[in-house]
Design a protein around this ligand. Structure first.
Ligand code: HEC
Length: 102
């Protein structure tokens, strides 16, 4: 029984995304180098992003794709580089988390 619990815990840690709180995931993936929740840095604040897309039900999927591929022109002339360290599930988690900032 003890061994079973240890294996289950280890498996949980290896499956990455769900083991992280989203804020920790954003830190681990280096998002906070250019973004903060409430203040514009290199990129827009997550609160500004959430406000811009409030009520837009396609926003999560669009932002998840942009988080992975990067892009420019929505907020200004500074580009967001691609983030290849972020997988599909993590991009979705991060997009949902950004959109939940108010
Ligand atoms: C090197 C700096 C940099 C890093 C690192 C970075 N971003 Fe960005 N991000 C930007 C900039 C600049 C923009 C504005 C791009 C634009 O105007 O289209 C942006 C825009 C965004 C947007 C809004 C996109 C839109 O179309 O409205 C989201 C969401 C976002 N970033 C999330 C993230 C997440 C999550 C990470 C971590 C995986 C991350 N960013 C890492 C600079 C960065």
């Amino acid at each position: 029984m003890k061994a079973f619990v240890a294996v289950a815990v280890a498996a949980g840690l290896l499956s990455a995304a769900p083991a992280f709180a989203s804020a920790d995931l954003a830190k681990a993936k280096n998002c906070m180098a250019c973004h903060s929740v409430a203040q514009k840095l290199v990129g827009p604040s997550y609160k500004d992003i959430a406000a811009k897309y409030a009520g837009n039900k396609d926003a999560a999927a669009m932002l998840a794709a942009k988080i992975q591929k990067g892009g420019v022109g929505t907020w200004g002339q500074i580009p967001m580089p691609a983030n290849p360290q972020v997988n599909d599930a993590e991009a979705k988690t991060l997009a949902d988390w950004v959109l939940s900032q108010k």
